[in-house]
Design a protein. Structure first.
Length: 231
């Protein structure tokens, strides 16, 4: 398994000193190399120093992850953002997904801010041991056998809810998310879609060839929504 997947963590305490220009340039170059889950969906990654919203974390920098509003947009942003998370963790930079935050300045154009991510030099441990992860066992979130499911299990998710379910069979992984409580439906469903994109990024990291698409005649699961199949 990708070594960073085994030890990454959400960093909530930062040295507020801005990162040096050489490091920022590396990050900007990596942003240009990101691989979307759905190449046809327009998205943008902006770097800012201010956000607003609930559960704010003080950091020197933030990513604002923007997208056009369409089917698949939230999964796509989760897939893209988790590539940033893993890369920054690999070069000694801490990150944390901020599910209820937006950039202070409203985006220009037809794109919407879907989620933000803090980043900077950590003032707490950057990594952890695999035994320190607080995650549901595979038996609660999956059925069937596929070595890539452990990477998905270690994925971060909003409020650590892990609202996903995976069915592995014949080299494929069918992916589902839990339906949200109707009282908080849109927001929780959107966050669950981002979480699915994050988990798919981890699965992609462990795949020699990665392809994700919806297939026909996939068995339904009670209280879950079928998202697509990794093949």
């Amino acid at each position: 398994m990708n070594d960073i997947i085994r030890k990454r963590k959400s960093v909530r305490k930062y040295d507020l000193t801005p990162l040096d220009e050489e490091t920022m340039q590396k990050i900007r170059e990596f942003v240009e190399s990101l691989k979307p889950l759905y190449p046809q969906i327009k998205y943008k990654v902006e770097i800012t120093t201010k956000t607003k919203g609930l559960f704010g974390i003080k950091a020197p920098h933030y990513f604002a992850l923007l997208s056009e509003e369409c089917d698949g947009a939230y999964e796509n942003i989760g897939f893209i953002g988790q590539q940033l998370d893993l890369y920054l963790s690999s070069i000694g930079i801490g990150t944390c997904w901020l599910g209820a935050s937006k950039p202070e300045e409203k985006p220009v154009g037809d794109m919407q801010s879907l989620i933000c991510m803090s980043f900077g030099k950590p003032s707490e441990p950057l990594h952890r041991e695999v035994g320190d992860f607080k995650r549901k066992p595979l038996s609660e979130i999956s059925e069937g056998s596929d070595s890539r499911l452990e990477a998905a299990r270690l994925s971060p998710s909003g409020m650590n809810a892990q609202n996903w379910y995976f069915v592995a069979e014949n080299g494929k992984i069918h992916c589902y998310r839990k339906k949200a409580n109707p009282l908080f439906g849109f927001w929780l469903n959107s966050m669950a879609c981002i979480d699915m994109g994050i988990a798919l990024c981890h699965i992609a990291e462990e795949s020699e060839n990665f392809k994700f698409q919806k297939q026909e005649n996939i068995p339904a699961k009670k209280a879950h929504v079928y998202m697509g199949t990794v093949s």
